[in-house]
Design a protein around this ligand. Structure first.
Ligand code: CP3
Length: 352
């Protein structure tokens, strides 16, 4: 289907646009009262993900409320290890938990690429959202990176120190490489099925890449991300390219390396100077980011000033997609999000 607004796709491919497109990581979620209402009716977060109609409704909520240039599939990165049999649950106030984490050699040996049939609810959601969007804006599919997925799979949930997975990395790197290899194969198949179901672009989230040492980042994260991108379907059925975005939180030190991984665009967190980032990557990739999500807790004027600063930092020309440097916080006022989107659209015209 023809896209009515393809500004986001054009910016990812570094083609000229009339303004800078904008979407927000975690744009559907608890900061929206209409999300909280649907979630209460659905039961829990995973029930939302697994039900095609609920997933479709909440994906469209931010697109209907704000003038966003892309929608992102409502799901989670942890669907993949769940399909591997690790037993995912979300405990209120504690985040994700796995009943069967991968913590010894035996568990690593038994780990396998899951049957994609187990994830058909995700692909059904993609197809349903595409139909509901009716070409309004592109739909982004996504997955976690092999390393970030492994962090949750080995730790059994969220972690501050990553003691268990780093113990494996430094004492049994062979075991960790096996987990990462399986994750890379699973993510490749998973993203290709999302593309087949209608995703117009895909993003790989490496939320925990930044906790690795300089040497380990290349060996345990970027190598596997590169492998995935090499295995992705390049175009849709009509021959339209499917751009790939790689977001490594804390990855600002590795932008030049990352610019060679095959991605069309790199996500920037808020610690990076976007002007310096652009000089480093040259015309190899587009850049997405890099507004501090906490700056949405400032006034309307402060939000606008921060938008202006980032747009000026990137400067004139194509290849910038405005976004946050990480997911939106649940206590964010939706009015400030509206201010941000309007400021990006109006102020960015001067740069195109
Ligand atoms: O961006 C979007 O709007 C699409 C949906 C999306 C979710 N999770 C929905 C979600 C995406 C792209 C993700 C990715 C994800 N999930 C990441 C990578 C990006 C990042 O934020 O770093 C990670 C690490 C996860 C794992 C995860 N899921 C955690 C740690 C948590 C608990 C944290 C929290 O905010 O409670 C989740 C739950 C989750 N995923 C929620 C949403 C909307 C909150 C669920 C709820 O209680 O309603």
């Amino acid at each position: 289907m023809e896209l009515k607004n393809d500004t986001f796709i054009k910016a990812l491919l570094r083609q000229d646009t009339d303004y800078t497109p904008v979407w927000l990581m975690r744009q559907a979620g608890r900061y929206l009262p209409e999300y909280r209402e649907v979630r209460a009716n659905a039961g829990g977060f995973l029930d939302l993900c697994r039900n095609t109609d609920f997933a479709t409704v909440v994906t469209l909520q931010p697109v209907e409320r704000f003038n966003l240039d892309a929608a992102i599939l409502f799901s989670d990165i942890l669907t993949v290890p769940d399909a591997m049999g690790l037993g995912l649950s979300f405990v209120a106030g504690e985040g994700p938990k796995f009943a069967h984490p991968i913590q010894d050699e035996n568990a690593v040996k038994q780990l396998a690429v899951p049957d994609m049939e187990k994830l058909s609810y995700v692909f059904n959601a993609v197809a349903s959202i595409k139909q509901a969007l009716n070409g309004r804006v592109p739909l982004i599919g996504f997955s976690g990176s092999p390393w970030t997925l492994a962090c949750y799979m080995v730790e059994g949930g969220s972690s501050r120190e990553f003691r268990l997975i780093k113990s494996m990395l430094y004492s049994r790197p062979d075991l960790l490489h096996r987990v990462l290899e399986i994750n890379a194969q699973a993510v490749t198949a998973y993203l290709n099925q999302q593309i087949a179901a209608g995703a117009n672009a895909v993003q790989i989230f490496d939320t925990w890449g930044g906790v690795l040492s300089d040497k380990a980042f290349g060996e345990f994260s970027l190598q596997y991300i590169t492998k995935i991108i090499n295995g992705l379907t390049k175009t849709d059925a009509d021959g339209n390219p499917i751009p790939v975005i790689v977001f490594v939180k804390g990855g600002g030190l590795w932008l030049e390396q990352m610019a060679n991984c095959g991605a069309d665009a790199l996500g920037l967190d808020w610690t990076v100077d976007i002007a310096a980032a652009r000089r480093l990557v040259g015309d190899k990739v587009a850049l997405q980011g890099n507004f501090d999500p906490m700056a949405l807790f400032g006034t309307k004027q402060a939000v606008e000033a921060e938008v202006a600063r980032i747009l000026a930092g990137y400067g004139k020309g194509n290849g910038h997609i405005f976004n946050l440097g990480h997911g939106i916080h649940q206590h964010t006022d939706p009015e400030r999000v509206k201010d941000l989107v309007e400021a990006v659209h109006s102020l960015s015209k001067a740069y195109h």
